[in-house]
Design a protein around this ligand. Structure first.
Ligand SMILES: [Ca+2]
Ligand SMILES: [Ca+2]
Length: 727
């Protein structure tokens, strides 16, 4: 920023009574915003606020409204002196006088807990999130993904609730579980003095995500944890079936004083205003910086479609210490099992041409950036997201609120050149980039890895037009199943639950319907590099329609088309997928086309538990798997000009027909169905797969059937990504 002349300066040593010059800076961002607001009507020049080094603890969110807006030619920029040097904190620093409690546990009195009602659900020591006292213990090296025990089962319906809530008599479809049974053999042996303070984090029975509840009672006689408030973190499994927990569900319980028994664990005794903490080795509490979240949101852009907030840039900040939101209100944007809290550390609603660039979202409590309802041309670029409680970047609109001239959805927004890893600490049904009820969103050049669920997820087909390109995504779906590094659902108006999920083996196929009313424009997925180990790969699930997928390199995964229509999959490379390319529950007249792809399957590389749920025995290097193809008409509009190979040394397609009959088709039988008549079973002759060069050699048989080489290595972060944020 050295050459940029700033209009206003903010510094830790500043004073809001100052004029805001470099020599006499302001102390607060909100004062600088007020000064910029005053200057705006007097100038047509860009306005820059330069923020000096240090941590700025907010006592309320910094709100930008229409009156803070710049113009396309002259934006208003709030910039850190340099990336990495300036923290905007949603928390506060505690002054701790530590003294020993017992067994290495330290304690300190926090008068503000009693006098100001300060409460917090996370504790940061020297910048790192610590562990709320929990059972069972987790490994600090795996803050989100370790330390669970298995539930013993769901509650029997006739078990009497010992302390029913005031609204428990209200009945409705999709009513949530009332509790969960535990196994006394594996459950804690400690006596909990305040079980009603505890919070449970438990995986949904299918491992599509997790759910959280406040515990209201620990029933030692029946071995039951009774749930109080919670369970809103996932939608119903389908129409009237709630998100369930059962004997397969892993869980942990936190905020229990008696479970404070491992390094890094802490507990706040709210009534006494006492904080307890067992410092890990190497932490010197006499000098440690102790910080706790206060705000769920740090920055809010609040405008409307009629009066948007626009042309404001945030650049170079580290955002930290925002509060978790997993017990806040969740919305279910489509007919789906997924739900989301419409909130984030940076929250935008009614924004246009605003940019969040070169920022680091460091262990924020919930979603990092949330682009909610009406937004246009909002850009998130050059940012890093690590240890976020939930998702990194979310673009979520509303079908219900898009009516008349109300355009309450993100449109032509971008998440590009971002580094996203190790997020989803609290929520597991999360993504690096989430898109739902939005149109023309671009996710490009992102590097995304180590997530509990998808890297990029599109929640529905409304309204399409997204571009997913040049992303490098690996090691996703580490804690959940039935998903892939890219996932899409299409539970829109024409999606049919009966076809999709209740009658695979009966004659229930039908036309996909007018799917293009919702999925108006094709979603393009191109030039991405996916490397993963399991899952469905590119998972076009539950009616996801109108996709064009080409020039993607996919190692360790392939793809799945579930019911839906208008999907064109061409010129992709699938190598050693955990599953072979799959076509599930096909719609009649689906217009799906699968051409000029390279598939290499390795029996040796198959996932040991490869079973495809609807088992017909272990997968064994088949080139395709079809489950419940349409009962009438062609299974796909076209499957041809492909090059496939496996160390089975022969082509096989595994098919589960609607009647439940299971068959393996040889190439001749497959071709007799009208498929792959111009395809070839042959080694595609990759140039240098050991170094990720999967272009094929000039004499490759793939080229002869129409495959075209595409450039390797253009994916991932670009040179513009800020060096201080690189791993
Ligand atoms: Ca513990
Ligand atoms: Ca899925």
């Amino acid at each position: 920023m050295g050459e940029t002349r700033a209009n206003f300066f903010v510094a830790k040593h500043g004073n809001d009574a100052n004029p805001g010059t470099e020599e006499w800076p302001f102390a607060s961002l909100s004062w600088a915003r007020a000064a910029a607001r005053t200057l705006l009507p007097q100038t047509k020049q860009p306005i820059t606020v330069l923020v000096g080094e240090g941590t700025y603890y907010l006592t309320e969110p910094l709100v930008f409204g229409p009156e803070d807006s710049g113009s396309p030619e002259a934006p208003v920029t709030y910039a850190a002196a340099s990336p990495g040097a300036v923290t905007i904190s949603g928390g506060r620093r505690l002054e701790c006088q530590w003294r020993p409690f017992r067994d290495g546990i330290m304690m300190c009195e926090l008068p503000e807990v009693k006098t100001e009602g300060l409460v917090f659900t996370q504790l940061f020591v020297n910048g790192a999130r610590q562990i709320r006292a929990r059972f069972p213990n987790c490994s600090p090296a795996e803050p989100g993904g370790s330390g669970y025990i298995q539930a013993a089962g769901a509650l029997p319906d006739d078990l009497h609730d010992p302390c029913p809530g005031p609204n428990d008599d209200m009945t409705f479809s999709g009513d949530a579980p009332r509790g969960v049974r535990f196994d006394p053999a594996t459950f804690t042996k400690k006596q909990w003095s305040k079980p009603e303070e505890a919070v449970i984090h438990i995986f949904q029975s299918d491992y599509w995500g997790n759910l959280q509840w406040r515990i209201k009672a620990l029933d030692s006689d029946n071995h039951v944890l009774w749930f109080g408030e919670g369970g809103q973190q996932m939608g119903a499994k389908w129409y009237d079936l709630p998100a369930e927990v059962d004997e397969g569900s892993q869980f942990y319980v936190e905020n229990v004083f008696e479970e404070l028994d491992a390094p890094g664990e802490w507990y706040l005794e709210a009534r006494a205003g006492m904080l307890y903490y067992l410092p890990p080795e190497g932490v010197d509490l006499s000098t440690a910086v102790v910080e706790v979240p206060v705000l769920q949101q740090a920055v809010r852009f609040l405008g409307t479609e009629r009066a948007p907030v626009h042309d404001i840039v945030l650049r170079g900040f580290r955002f930290a210490h925002t509060a978790s939101t997993f017990l806040e209100e969740y919305a279910v944007p489509s007919l789906s099992d997924w739900a989301i809290h419409r909130g984030g550390t940076v929250f935008l609603q009614g924004a246009q041409r605003c940019r969040i660039e070169q920022c680091w979202f460091d262990a924020v409590g919930g979603n990092a950036v949330f682009v909610n309802l009406h937004n246009r041309a909002v850009t998130v670029t050059g940012c890093k997201f690590t240890q976020a409680g939930d998702s990194a970047v979310c673009f979520v609109g509303s079908l219900e609120l898009t009516n008349g001239t109300q355009r309450n959805f993100p449109y032509e927004c971008q998440a590009t050149n971002n580094l996203i890893h190790d997020c989803g600490i609290f929520g597991k049904q999360v993504a690096g980039v989430y898109i739902s009820r939005a149109k023309r969103i671009t996710a490009g050049h992102n590097l995304i890895y180590n997530l509990p669920r998808a890297g990029i997820c599109i929640g529905d087909g409304t309204w399409g037009g997204h571009i997913i390109e040049y992303n490098h995504i690996h090691d996703t779906c580490r804690e959940t199943g039935d998903h892939g590094p890219f996932n899409a659902w299409g539970r829109d108006k024409y999606w049919c639950l009966v076809q999709s999920h209740t009658s695979y083996r009966k004659d229930r196929s039908h036309y996909a319907g007018e799917v293009l009313i919702d999925a108006m424009e094709p979603v393009i997925i191109r030039h991405n590099f996916f490397r993963d180990h399991s899952g469905w790969g590119l998972d076009l699930d539950d009616g996801a329609s109108n996709y064009e997928i080409y020039n993607n390199l996919c190692v360790g995964i392939s793809m799945k088309l579930r019911e839906g229509a208008y999907r064109t999959i061409y010129n992709n490379i699938w190598v050693n997928g955990a599953n072979s390319p799959c076509f599930h529950v096909g719609n009649e007249d689906n217009h799906d086309r699968y051409v000029r792809n390279i598939t290499v399957m390795s029996v040796a590389g198959m996932h040991p538990e490869h079973d495809l749920n609807f088992s017909m025995g272990k997968g064994y290097g088949e080139i395709y798997t079809l489950i419940a193809p349409p009962a009438r008409g062609p299974w796909l509009e076209e499957i041809d000009h492909n090059c496939f190979y496996s160390d089975l040394r022969e082509f096989a397609a595994r098919v589960v027909l609607r009647e439940g009959e299971r068959r393996r088709y040889s190439l001749e039988e497959w071709q007799a169905l009208g498929f792959d008549r111009h395809s070839v079973f042959a080694d595609p002759m990759f140039i240098d797969p050991a170094h990720d060069d999967y272009r094929v050699k000039p004499d490759s048989p793939a080229l002869q059937v129409g495959f075209q080489n595409f450039a390797m290595g253009a994916w991932g972060l670009t040179a513009e990504f800020p060096d201080p944020w690189r791993d």
